[in-house]
Design a protein around this ligand. Structure first.
Ligand code: NAP
Ligand code: 8YV
Length: 321
């Protein structure tokens, strides 16, 4: 007998779909069909499983009166209104830790690609231009760089550990200074940017962080400045970033996330020195499968044991029943 009826928003990995089908009655709903869900089905749904592509907002939560848990595929859950879920006694889970090292690897790869222009150098070779002369020396190097991390959380710390091995001086900004951390803390983002020439953005999305990397912060970073973003596109004011790149306020950027994914501004695409990745921070089979298993395990734990494995900060208290 099925443990519960679940709404699956958008397609999920085969490992998730197969595992959930074994224990639950799963209703797979495409983003376009969420608005026209059958009210009788809505009344029976006790769980939602989904990724970042279909928002779980207050309106959807209100349409699911029996909803107990939202299992988000991803550690970032800015597409889920977790505060509203908390008010309604609905538990929200995410997928921390299982992706930390993969995303930190991506961040360092993106930093190296951007500073040393490896993407442009590879395009140079593939275009047959090497026979006409060597690729120009890069203006930037990692040598002597000061790395400012916005969001020294699980992934931020894994990035810092790698950056230490590369010999970078490390600073950070978050809402508070962290105990037992030897890196230099700055109580303002602008202060962090002023002290550094490389800004690593790995803070969550959402209203609190929207556009906080703005024109002033970019100016403070300076003309040798490099911005890397593996957090959320919304954390950076993308229009201000484009202007800062165009007028030389900063040197370059490496971006895995964007304000309006999967749409990327043409102005960024046109800049050869900027490195652009299609949100692949965690995108290996190994890591995505680990995330998928955690989505399933949270739902199984909820319906079998009455408690979640990895609830988000807004709903740590929610237990089944
Ligand atoms: P985490 O452990 O919760 O760390 C988040 C950090 O951000 C914390 O250190 C927190 O420090 C800081 N922070 C939160 N709100 C802030 C604010 N308003 N201003 C400044 N700093 C703030 O999360 P994580 O596991 O490291 O993941 C971080 C983020 O990475 C996710 O939320 C997601 O958006 C992104 N991500 C992207 C990919 C990708 O594929 N590119 C993959 C995974 C995750 P304080 O509490 O001290 O402020
Ligand atoms: C996921 C991410 O790929 O975990 C996150 O917050 O951004 C990525 O790991 C994404 O959420 C799934 O679409």
């Amino acid at each position: 007998m099925a443990l519960a009826e679940i709404l699956m928003l958008g397609r999920m990995l085969p490992i998730v779909e197969t595992s959930l089908d074994a224990d639950f009655t799963v209703h797979k709903v495409a983003a376009a069909d969420v608005a026209s869900l059958d009210p009788e089905l809505c009344a029976r749904v006790r769980a939602v499983a989904g990724g970042a592509h279909v928002p779980v907002n207050a309106e959807l939560v209100d349409r699911l009166p029996a909803l107990e848990i939202v299992a988000n595929f991803g550690v970032g859950y800015d597409s889920v209104d977790a505060r509203y879920c908390a008010e309604k006694g609905v538990c929200v889970t995410n997928t921390p830790d299982v992706l930390t090292e993969e995303v930190a690897d991506t961040a360092l790869g993106l930093l190296l690609m951007t500073a040393r222009e490896f993407g442009a150098a590879e395009r140079y070779l593939r275009a047959g231009r090497w026979t006409g002369g060597p690729y120009p020396l890069t203006r930037a190097t990692l040598r002597g760089r000061k790395l400012g991390i916005l969001g020294l959380g699980r992934i931020g710390k894994a990035i810092a550990a790698r950056a230490e091995a590369f010999g970078l001086e490390i600073h950070y900004h978050g809402r508070s200074r962290q105990q037992g951390v030897a890196y230099t803390y700055h109580d303002s983002l602008e202060g962090l940017a002023r002290a550094c020439d490389t800004l690593m953005v790995v803070a969550p999305g959402g209203a609190e962080t929207r556009g906080i990397v703005n024109a002033q912060v970019l100016k403070a970073l300076g003309p040798e400045g490099i911005v890397i973003n593996v957090g959320r596109g919304t954390v950076i004011d993308e229009a201000a970033l484009i202007t800062a790149l165009q007028d030389g306020t900063i040197l370059s950027a490496g971006l895995d996330v964007f304000e309006d994914e999967p749409r990327v501004p043409q102005a960024l695409i046109d800049m050869d020195r900027v490195t652009l990745l299609p949100h692949v921070g965690s995108a290996s089979r190994h890591t995505r499968d680990g995330m998928g298993r955690l989505v399933v395990d949270n739902l199984l734990s909820w319906f079998r044991e009455g408690k979640p494995l990895t609830p988000v900060a807004e709903t740590p208290f929610v237990k089944r029943g």
